[in-house]
Design a protein around this ligand. Structure first.
Ligand SMILES: [Zn+2]
Length: 212
């Protein structure tokens, strides 16, 4: 009978993706970073909303259209309210909307600097297994094996061996899952019963690592 140490890792990327845009200020394609500011323009009954980006080299701005020529009535009330209050979470969702960014830019730089908050959900005495659930609200360009290696302090080769031997299970599983991006809702179950350093792995799972 297994008793699980259950933890939740809430993962937040620190740096928003940067699209490469032809800069009219310094010439050539440059990565642009979001200023976090929205510009609204009312034209009669039509509204435009842009997210303002800045060239990383010369600060020239680029206005990324979030929508154009929409009637107020056609917008969801939540969107209108977010625009009126400069809602940082809503703006962050736009900054991490990779599908929308890909329609504007051929190349997008993504970053792997993360904030990881660890919560213990259940902590039995003498745990024999570890269960981690991932909360990933924004797209994160980090491979699962890299995340687990750094946060559990286990080498990637050992992780792959454990996975091949079904001591490490990923839900939902698919081919090459260990090398794929982490996703919201993933569950990782690790059997620690046969691991001499199981208590250290469990400790690492429940405590913050120094990611800087
Ligand atoms: Zn520039």
């Amino acid at each position: 009978m297994c008793t699980f140490l259950r933890v939740r890792w809430t993962i937040n990327p620190r740096t928003a993706p940067q699209p490469w845009i032809a800069c009219s200020g310094c010439g050539g394609f440059k990565p642009f970073s979001s200023s976090g500011k929205i510009r609204l323009n009312a034209n009669g009954r039509k509204l435009d909303a842009w997210l303002i980006y800045k060239c990383s080299a010369c600060d020239k701005t680029w206005n990324r259209a979030i929508f154009e020529r929409q009637t107020v009535r056609s917008l969801a009330p939540a969107v209108l309210e977010a625009l009126q209050t400069n809602d940082v979470e809503w703006i962050r969702a736009q900054e991490f909307d990779l599908d929308a960014l890909r329609r504007k830019a051929q190349r997008i730089d993504e970053f792997t600097d993360l904030d990881i908050r660890k919560q213990i959900l259940e902590e039995p005495d003498g745990c024999k297994a570890l269960e981690i659930e991932l909360v990933v609200a924004f797209p994160v360009n980090t491979r699962l094996d890299r995340l687990l290696a750094s946060e559990l302090r286990i080498s990637r080769s050992r992780l792959h061996t454990l996975h091949d031997g079904a001591m490490l299970q990923i839900h939902p599983d698919r081919a090459g899952i260990m090398k794929r991006r982490i996703r919201d809702g993933m569950r990782i179950v690790l059997d620690l019963a046969g691991e001499a350093d199981g208590h250290l792995v469990a400790l690492a799972a429940a405590t913050p690592q120094n990611n800087d």
